[in-house]
Write a protein that binds this ligand. Structure first.
Ligand SMILES: Cc1cc2nc3c(=O)[nH]c(=O)nc-3n(C[C@H](O)[C@H](O)[C@H](O)COP(=O)(O)OP(=O)(O)OC[C@H]3O[C@@H](n4cnc5c(N)ncnc54)[C@H](O)[C@@H]3O)c2cc1C
Length: 506
């Protein structure tokens, strides 16, 4: 048995949550293996644009940050978890700086603070203008590579090894093994899941291609509690051209407005804060307006000016131009897309799940911070704060058993059902239409029944894509059933008991 100070820790995932946990666990003296399904530093983290909330300028405070977080969560956030987030946030931002993240500063060297929707103050630090996540990922990856951590890239978590009600390791599939379907078991005193969200269950998402809910699906199969899966945040402003490229909320923070087909600002019809209303309010208003007018809503950022747009949002400036739009001169078409999962694997304040030996951090976890809706730029912060806490808690986790685990239950694969009309695309479309922005009891019931019939016909997967498909189907079932169980609209979960016209198909 390992001593408390020197445990074998497997961290799964290399976004901000996994990298932070791995670094803290290694620095605490544990033997750390970092398993990640693509190259190190993938996931949604490098895509993050807006920034990290939590440096408090004049007139602002942790108390006010907590109040904004609680308001966004629509009364369902856990006040104690929120308090931990805002109290420990500054230390984690200082740590990111110490680890090499060059957040943007003014001429005097002070951190530049941006303001985003539903934040009462400017408190968002950003790097490279709109390339915050990439800067964080680069710095943490460099630290992990130079540290004493075993790194297994292109290694897919397939299942958790669970026995006697505890988790003892993981089963994985490495790319070199994918052709033969050989699985490798890695035993551990503690497993820290940091596998990110589930955006790929929807037809339109800002998330990375690997956001297939693998960690949540594995946790469900192992018997860990999950909660709040019905709370999916849809980003309101994704460029409606090609794949879903996000136009950060910070652009609206700088003054950009949303226009209908007549060039009228319509957001004040839906909320007194207009374009800076909570995300779900903006996303639903955009979807409804687009459905009503039959063409996409447009985002007008022309008043910000070409120089400022290029300086403050260099990535968006480049990508919009690559896609044929000059956003300094014209309003651009946008659509909502699935963006962030508030729910996930249930944890305490130290990342412990309901299964001894299993921790969860970052977007895969449900810490209680976000309640029914996430405040913009709180997720990178949450991953850093609770990633560090989970690594610290590993030392206090007493490993209970060295018993060989039972084989995990098998998944199934969607691909085996070719010919029946089922495909990953069909599942994503079903989820978008019936378990998306606007939900009805009838639509949810129908979707759940279709998903269950698809799941009943599954056969054993062997390749990475097949495992991901099966995970998406399990996550879809859990999401639809959670949405059906919550009969009242709250936060990001909007259920209508009346007919609503079909949403825009974009
Ligand atoms: C476009 C975009 C912009 C955003 N902007 C912001 C922002 O400005 N501020 C903010 O706070 N938040 C933002 N977010 C949200 C934030 O980026 C994410 O919530 C956060 O990065 C999640 O970090 P994570 O470490 O939990 O997961 P991720 O960064 O998604 O990392 C998950 C990791 O797990 C690995 N993985 C997944 N499944 C497996 C498996 N089966 N086996 C092995 N490895 C696996 C992945 O390869 C990846 O390395 C944004 C998100 C997106 C998509």
């Amino acid at each position: 048995m390992s001593t408390a100070a020197h445990q074998n820790v497997v961290v799964v995932g290399s976004g901000i949550a996994g990298l932070t946990s791995a670094l803290h666990a290694a620095e605490a003296g544990h033997r750390v293996t970092l398993v990640t399904k693509d190259a190190l530093g993938g996931g949604s983290t490098p895509l993050a644009q807006g920034g990290v909330a939590g440096v408090y300028g004049p007139g602002d405070s942790a108390v006010l940050h907590a109040a904004d977080t609680m308001a966004a969560g629509a009364g369902l956030s856990d006040a104690v978890a929120v308090d931990v987030l805002v109290q420990e946030g500054s230390a984690r931002i200082a740590e990111l700086i110490a680890r090499g993240v060059a957040f943007d500063r003014d001429a005097e060297g002070k951190l530049l603070l941006g303001r985003e929707a539903a934040h009462a103050h400017a408190r968002i630090v950003h790097a490279g203008g709109d390339a915050t996540g990439a800067a964080i990922s680069r710095a943490l990856v460099a630290q992990v590579r130079s540290g004493d951590i075993d790194i297994l890239e292109h290694a897919l978590l397939v299942d958790l090894l669970a026995a006697d009600g505890a988790v003892h390791g993981i089963r994985m599939l490495r790319r070199v093994d994918a052709d033969t379907g050989a699985y490798i078991d890695v035993h551990a005193d503690a497993v820290i899941l940091a596998t990110g969200g589930t955006g790929q269950v929807y037809a339109h998402t800002t998330n990375s291609p690997g956001a297939t809910g693998d960690g949540i699906a594995a946790a469900i199969r192992a018997g860990a509690a999950v909660a709040d899966l019905e709370f999916v945040q849809f980003h309101p402003t994704v460029l409606d051209a090609g794949d879903a490229f996000l136009i950060s909320e910070a652009v609206r923070g700088e003054g950009a407005v949303l226009l209908d087909h007549e060039g009228r600002r319509f957001m004040f019809d839906a909320h007194p804060d207009g374009e800076l209303a909570p995300r779900d309010v903006v996303a639903r208003a955009v979807a409804r307006r687009a459905a009503a007018q039959g063409t996409p809503v447009r985002l007008d950022a022309t008043m910000i000016g070409a120089a400022r747009l290029a300086e403050r949002f260099p990535t968006i400036d480049r990508v919009t131009r690559e896609r044929g739009f000059d956003w300094a001169r014209e309003a651009v078409p946008i659509t909502p897309a699935a963006h962030y999962l508030m729910g996930g694997v249930v944890t305490d304040l130290d990342g412990r799940t309901t299964l001894p030996g299993l921790f969860a951090v970052g977007e895969v976890a449900r810490t209680g911070v976000h309640g029914a809706n996430r405040l913009a730029s709180n997720s990178l912060l949450e991953a850093a704060v609770f990633g560090a806490r989970a690594a610290a808690a590993v030392a206090t986790h007493l490993f209970r058993s060295q018993k060989m685990p039972a084989s995990p239950s098998q998944n199934g694969t969607i691909r085996d059902l070719n010919g029946s009309g089922l495909s990953r695309r069909a599942l994503q479309r079903l989820m978008w239409d019936d378990v998306g922005l606007l939900r009805t009891p009838g639509g949810l019931t129908e979707a759940l029944s279709v998903i269950r019939s698809w799941r009943a016909d599954l056969s054993a997967p062997s390749t990475r894509a097949e495992h991901e498909d099966a995970n998406l189907l399990l996550v879809a079932e859990a999401t639809a059933s959670a949405a059906l169980a919550r009969t009242e609209s709250v936060g990001a979960h909007h259920v209508s008991h009346e007919y609503e016209p079909a949403l825009i198909g974009a």
